[in-house]
Design a protein around this ligand. Structure first.
Ligand code: COA
Length: 185
């Protein structure tokens, strides 16, 4: 499955992405917000990519991991995934390579994946958790139409610490309303 936005292309993760995801995971500015603990390893990243590729092939896909590229295919921008923790509920995760941050890429990709979750997969809710200190990510989620619904205290273990995360969500009804409003506007 490939998804296109005006300027970006989202395509399934593949093994050619290995050096890029390794670089992402090895960057503390990316690893800390997404909750990775310990140093990134090529073996670990290769395993995750293999798993992501297997997930795409499973009937009734339980996780869709996309790589975000420029439309020309020349620039590798980041990754976004949508997993299904239980029926009809999609959960997002994403990261943009530091040199490409601040250009609206994450918000654009999140909006696209949300549309697909509701339109093509019959989701009734899409959600994301976000570290309480991660202001850029909270902003991305708001820009994509999700609402902050609360704080999940002690939600994520990272090394020896546990940390609080915000929970953001958008329901099918919210999504329909925002589409109607954008058509009117
Ligand atoms: C969060 C992340 C994906 C955002 O990617 P991006 O492509 O730069 O996002 P966008 O450009 O679409 O939007 C970023 C928004 O955050 C805002 N922002 C950036 N730094 C900020 C800060 N310190 N405080 C508040 N807002 C901030 C930007 O101004 C922008 O909002 P605007 O469009 O209203 O100006 C990227 O920073 C990243 O990969 N971080 C590390 C991994 C991560 O946090 N993943 C999410 C896990 S929940």
């Amino acid at each position: 499955m490939k998804l296109a936005t005006k300027r970006r292309l989202l395509r399934p993760v593949c093994m050619a992405d290995l050096p890029h995801y390794f670089e992402l995971d090895a960057d503390p500015e990316v690893a800390a917000p997404i909750g990775l603990s310990g140093p990134a390893s090529l073996v670990g990243v290769r395993k995750s990519i293999r798993q992501a590729m297997r997930d795409w092939k499973k009937p009734g896909i339980n996780k869709m991991a996309f790589t975000i590229m420029s439309r020309s295919g020349r620039e590798w921008l980041g990754g976004i995934n949508l997993r299904w923790p239980h029926g009809g509920v999609g959960e997002l995760g994403y990261a943009i390579a530091p040199r490409h941050q601040g250009n609206g890429y994450a918000a654009e990709a999140v909006k696209k994946v949300i549309d697909v979750a509701f339109q093509s997969f019959g989701a009734h809710r899409v959600q994301a958790t976000c570290w309480v200190r991660n202001r850029p990510s909270a902003r991305v989620l708001r820009k994509a139409g999700l609402r902050k619904e609360g704080t999940l205290r002690g939600y994520l273990r990272q090394g020896r610490k546990v940390r609080d995360e915000f929970i953001f969500g958008i329901t099918r009804a919210d999504w329909k309303k925002s589409r109607l409003n954008s058509k009117k506007g």
